[in-house]
Design a protein around this ligand. Structure first.
Ligand SMILES: [Zn+2]
Length: 177
């Protein structure tokens, strides 16, 4: 287990994010260090992410990369990131004996994006697209591998056909192409 960083909440606030306490954060096997609900980090998160502060901070650090990629590949900024809410008390999809990084709030699943020009880009529909949408998604996957520990997209396995998984766990793996 990573040590809690007492400065994490202050760092997160300074990064221009919007978040609130997670009042009924879970205990026991699925407890989350410095739990919070992240509403905005560069862009609106829909739904808001229930997550550990360290994961929220990692996502905040990634937001400028995302915006740059969206402008370069899709010609628009990002308005909203479509997530699955992040926290989930369960085992790994591919390995039932290990708890998922989602169980400790150290992972995020991204299903797609809404751009400022209202275009929706979805991992499931657009990952293999030949145009700007696919180019954008695959570039996001590659960039995420520079920032996060494990990044799994549609090329990874059947469990990741409709979303991009990123985490800050102990393993290092990049399966996005
Ligand atoms: Zn995931």
């Amino acid at each position: 287990m990573q040590r809690a960083n007492p400065a994490c909440m202050a760092d997160l606030a300074a990064a221009g994010t919007a978040f609130s306490p997670w009042p009924a954060a879970p205990g026991g096997a699925c407890s989350v260090q410095q739990p919070l609900v992240l509403q905005r980090s560069g862009f609106k998160l829909d739904p808001p992410l229930k997550t550990a502060c360290a994961m929220a901070k990692a996502w905040a650090d990634f937001a400028p990369d995302l915006d740059r990629i969206a402008l370069a590949r899709a010609g628009s900024r990002i308005a909203t990131v479509l997530t699955a809410g992040s926290w989930s008390c369960r085992s790994m999809t591919g390995n039932a004996s290990r708890p998922s990084l989602h169980a400790s709030g150290r992972a995020i699943d991204v299903y797609g994006f809404v751009l400022a020009d209202r275009r929706r880009i979805l991992v499931e529909r657009d990952w293999s697209d030949d145009g700007p949408a696919g180019s954008f998604l695959r570039a996001v996957g590659k960039a995420a591998c520079q920032r996060f520990q494990v990044v799994l997209g549609p090329p990874a396995d059947r469990f990741h056909q409709d979303h991009l998984h990123v985490d800050i766990g102990p393993w290092k793996l990049c399966q996005v192409g």
